[in-house]
Design a protein around this ligand. Structure first.
Ligand code: COA
Length: 260
């Protein structure tokens, strides 16, 4: 597929999706959100993709937020629609993908940028990364899931402070908060992220998809995570991956998962 604002390339089981509007610090305009939806959807459906990495182009920004120039004149109705559409097309969509998504945060991750990183299944940051939800400094609140996912990741008090002050935290603070899992140098960020992707790829993609579903269930209204876990656990017993994984263990060899 041809894109104007992003790059998507797949090699060795990893699809790397790069937001590519460096002159606007990779801000998410409407077209970029639609393109990201298409790229994530395509990668998730492809048997060639085992892990998706999302990052920003250039050294300065992952994503500096939603594109402020697009919504500055919106009405109440248009504002609500912007948030609903964005959550559906990109943020909830990414969080619920069955393929693991890792955000490699290579600079500013602000507003919608941090919300995109938080929608990913986990995050790795370079040591120059800066993260924040500065929306209240513009007279608005985070609308792409930030008020929900930030407290899930850093706790209520930390999220309240970050959102109310509209401040930025650096990569090491984000590591302390549990917002990112690892911090690397800028040069090592992608290689390090790919190494973790490589570890994930050795395992059963079907079981990983079940695990994502069960973990996410804990954060969904009306879902009982323990019940979903029981169901998903049972489902695994009907998969070829389970047969291969258990047989390989008993035969003292490495599993070669068919991904079914
Ligand atoms: N939406 C639209 N354009 C944005 C943007 C955003 N969220 N963030 C940056 N840009 C644009 C700037 O307007 C500028 O464009 P121009 O060169 O055509 O004027 C370009 O990206 C470079 O940004 P600039 O502000 O000059 O870089 P800087 O290094 O001085 O500052 C930031 C970097 C991240 C601190 C600053 O860009 C910023 O505060 N951005 C907005 C962050 C934000 O509030 N995000 C939440 C949105 S809901």
């Amino acid at each position: 597929m041809k894109y104007n604002n992003i790059l998507s390339e797949t090699s060795n089981g990893i699809t790397t999706i790069t937001i590519n509007r460096p002159s606007k610090l990779n801000a998410l305009n409407r077209e970029t959100i639609q393109e990201l939806h298409n790229a994530f959807d395509e990668a998730n459906a492809s048997s060639k993709t085992k892990v998706i990495i999302v990052t920003g182009s250039g050294e300065k920004a992952f994503v500096a937020g939603a594109d402020i120039s697009e919504f500055a004149n919106f009405s109440v109705k248009e504002g609500a629609k912007l948030a609903a559409k964005g959550q559906e097309l990109l943020f909830d969509f990414v969080a619920n993908l069955s393929t693991p998504v890792i955000a490699a945060i290579n600079g500013f991750a602000l507003g919608g940028g941090l919300e995109l990183a938080m929608a990913a299944h986990f995050r790795i940051a370079s040591d120059n990364a800066k993260m924040g939800l500065p929306e209240v400094s513009l007279g608005v609140i985070p609308g792409y899931g930030g008020t929900q996912r930030l407290p899930q990741l850093v706790g209520k008090g930390g999220a309240m402070e970050m959102i109310m002050t509209a401040g930025m935290i650096d990569a090491n603070q984000a590591l302390q908060y549990g917002l990112v899992n690892h911090v690397t140098t800028s040069e090592d960020l992608l290689e390090f992220t790919e190494k973790i992707a490589g570890k994930i790829m050795k395992n059963s993609s079907v079981a990983i998809a079940s695990a994502i579903n069960a973990i996410n269930a804990n954060y969904e209204d009306g879902e009982n995570g323990f019940k979903v876990e029981i169901e998903e656990f049972g489902n695994c017993f009907g998969t070829e991956d389970f047969k291969e994984g258990t047989q390989a263990f008993l035969q003292k060899r490495k599993a070669n998962f068919p991904g079914k």
